[in-house]
Design a protein around this ligand. Sequence first.
Ligand SMILES: *Cc1c(COP(=O)(O)O)cnc(C)c1O
Length: 375
Amino acid sequence: MHEPPLYRNAWVEIDLGALSFNLRQLRSRTRPETLFMAVIKADAYGHGAVAIARAALAAGANWLGVATTEEAIELRAAGIEHPIMILGQPPRTALPDIIDLDITPLVTDPDFVYDLAGAAQLVGKRAGYHLKINTGMNRLGIRPNEAIAVLRELSELPHAVLEGVATHFATADVEGDWEASNQLHLFAETIAEIRSAGIDPGIVHAANSAATILMSDSHFDMVRCGIALYGLHPSDNTRSHITLKPVMSVYARATWVHNIAMGEGVSYGLTWHAEIPCAIVTLPLGYADGVPRIASGTLEFLHDGRHFEQVGRICMDQLMVRAMQNDRLEPGATFVMIGEDHGATISMDEVAEKAKTINYEIACALGRRLDRIYI
Ligand SMILES: *Cc1c(COP(=O)(O)O)cnc(C)c1O
């Protein structure tokens, strides 16, 4: 653990060495020439987009993937010149900026390409785009059997250039899943048809983290990895296939410690009562920091390698942990919510399970307000 930031007694530590390790682990699964997109949408799943982008590029990533125009602009404003893809279509009003900043959209609607070409022509540029094919996820993309006609039509536009074709899996995290291999076959077939129609699909890509780890025939020309970069498994199925190191740890320092008598209640609603006299440690970490309120009364925290129970409802900015009076804890004592402490660990997955959600959501939420230390 490193020194916390100046202004708060709660913070996350981001281990950039672990990030590089994870990226190299993922890359070692692909052929050397396969391009690697580091997916850093949602502020790099709560880890901080600019710092993660720089570390990922230094470790060999070729592309950066984001979800929104603002996320792409933030990277360009930080001086990052590598290719950036918006993994979806921004509104038309974003076109002048995405063309100016050379940001590549992943397009679903062929009409969007007309607007892209029009906006590019206005500034005397040619704008690149990738086309999304819906092979079964049913979220975004044109149908496979429409691809050739659409691409033929769009190839007439001199100011828009097809630079890639992509799809996305719905069930890649289930090992040997029939639906995922169906999607893969349909996509591979569509790409072959596009090629035999004399159209160059450019960079072909489909794999998220799970597919990168579990389906080596889904790598094509580029993989798009998010969750595994952060040392988190997309599902239990990938655990036996790859070693990853968690990148984010979460810490808080006690702001108050006091003793309570048997029978006294704690926090809003007084939903928890002390069965024996004990000590209550208050930590300045709450649901506005991304600690899931639904997990109230089930979380644990580490201090000196020991587990302490969180009790009562999680508040917006604070929560309470139960200790014993003879633990003699004092304000300033550091607790670990996620991470390692003297050989004991609490994982992001344990917290996600208690909150009835997935590690992705916990990581994004913890990135909202906590200060970050990069190590
Ligand atoms: C978020 C996203 C990814 C990355 O998924 P992970 O499961 O985090 O690896 C890849 N492709 C697209 C289109 C995405 O939206």
